[in-house]
Design a binder for this molecule. Structure first.
Ligand code: XIL
Length: 339
């Protein structure tokens, strides 16, 4: 089988995977990733919570080790993420920070220090950053709030984060990353993301691309009668995003199989079909130049333990292209075919 990265190379598509620091001890998994991928993103180790768990106490070690391994294998690295908008994913000390009597200045300063420190530490090792992650409330289409948004205004704060990233990582591609999908339940989410991107564009914010997380599931099917509506909606969304001059990246691909049949062969076929349809549409945009999986094997996926993803029959999830023995599943062929 030709490696995914080789297939991708011919189409101008980089192929990557999210890996955790702990997975560096799994040589079989590392071999699999080296064979298939030319890009790495740290699953958690590049997040603010991980990098500065307590104010001023930096812990760059795990991310550094992951990135050094990537470099030794000739892989490029994406940074994920500078600001996770949802307060629940910011460090506790940030949420409890004392902004004093000049809160606007203090908020700007804290944001600046964070972005400057992280960008300076990693330097040109990172070619692309998720600058802001998940800023849109999927239920209301409004921007989510956090301590920075409270002081500066949410749009102003997001704009500032991009400007700071541009200043401190001038070589990097700057990405807004979110999890809107084709399904009807995501309509508000897509609407909010489009509004945010338009607002940023009209302010002259240095944003270069939209990250499509692509945690898809059976609710996103694109080929049945109902699916055709999803497909139209998804194309309309991607048309509008690319119409703003933005590039696209698939940043966190996996297929949630929570609602697919227990029978493994049927389930794997269902996962593969959903993926093929979704990726065919998404890869049809020449602006889509990166494809990253959020875990490549069923023993290396966050969905195995994710509280919102369990199967009701107690079976393990099968959301990734390789099984627990690192044997290719139909999803792997579907990805190869879509590339
Ligand atoms: C997830 C990780 O995979 C988990 O290990 C962690 O507990 C929570 O975060 N969207 C994102 C990723 O942007 O950072 C998330 O990663 C998955 C959803």
């Amino acid at each position: 089988q030709e490696p995914l990265k080789a297939l991708g190379k011919r189409k101008g598509l980089r192929v990557g995977n999210a890996i955790s620091h702990g997975a560096l001890r799994d040589s079989g998994y590392k071999d699999l990733m080296v064979r298939e991928c030319d890009m790495l993103v740290a699953e958690n180790e590049g997040k603010w919570q991980a990098l500065e768990p307590r104010q001023g106490q930096y812990n760059f070690g795990p991310a550094d080790e992951l990135y050094a391994w990537a470099k030794s294998q000739g892989m490029t690295v994406r940074g994920h993420n500078l600001i996770w908008q949802d307060a629940k994913w910011l460090p506790k000390w940030v949420n409890e920070y004392d902004f004093g009597t000049r809160p606007v200045q203090a908020a700007e300063q804290l944001l600046r220090k964070h972005v400057a420190t992280v960008c300076a530490h990693f330097g040109s090792a990172i070619y692309s950053y998720d600058v802001v992650n998940e800023a849109v409330d999927p239920k209301t289409a409004a921007l989510r709030s956090n301590v920075f948004a409270e002081k500066l205004g949410a749009l102003e704060q997001i704009d500032l984060a991009f400007r700071l990233a541009h200043e401190h990582a001038p070589q990097a591609q700057l990405v807004y990353n979110d999890y809107m999908r084709p399904d009807e339940g995501s309509a508000k989410h897509r609407e909010g993301v489009l509004k945010l991107l338009h607002d940023l564009k009209s302010r002259g914010t240095p944003v270069h691309a939209l990250g499509l997380q692509s945690h898809i599931g059976s609710w996103d099917e694109l080929s049945s009668d109902k699916g055709l509506k999803h497909q139209q909606d998804w194309r309309r969304f991607l048309d509008e995003v690319t119409g703003m001059g933005l590039d696209l990246l698939v940043t966190e691909f996996d297929v949630n199989d929570r609602k697919l049949p227990a029978d493994v062969a049927k389930r794997d076929a269902g996962v593969a079909a959903l993926a093929k349809d979704y990726l065919d549409v998404t890869f049809s945009y020449r602006q889509c130049k990166d494809f990253l999986m959020w875990g490549m094997a069923d023993n290396h996926t966050w969905l195995q333990g994710w509280k919102e993803a369990p199967r009701t029959d107690g079976q393990k999830m099968r959301p990734t292209p390789f099984d627990e023995q690192y044997r290719a599943k139909p999803l792997r062929d579907a990805i190869a075919a879509a590339i």
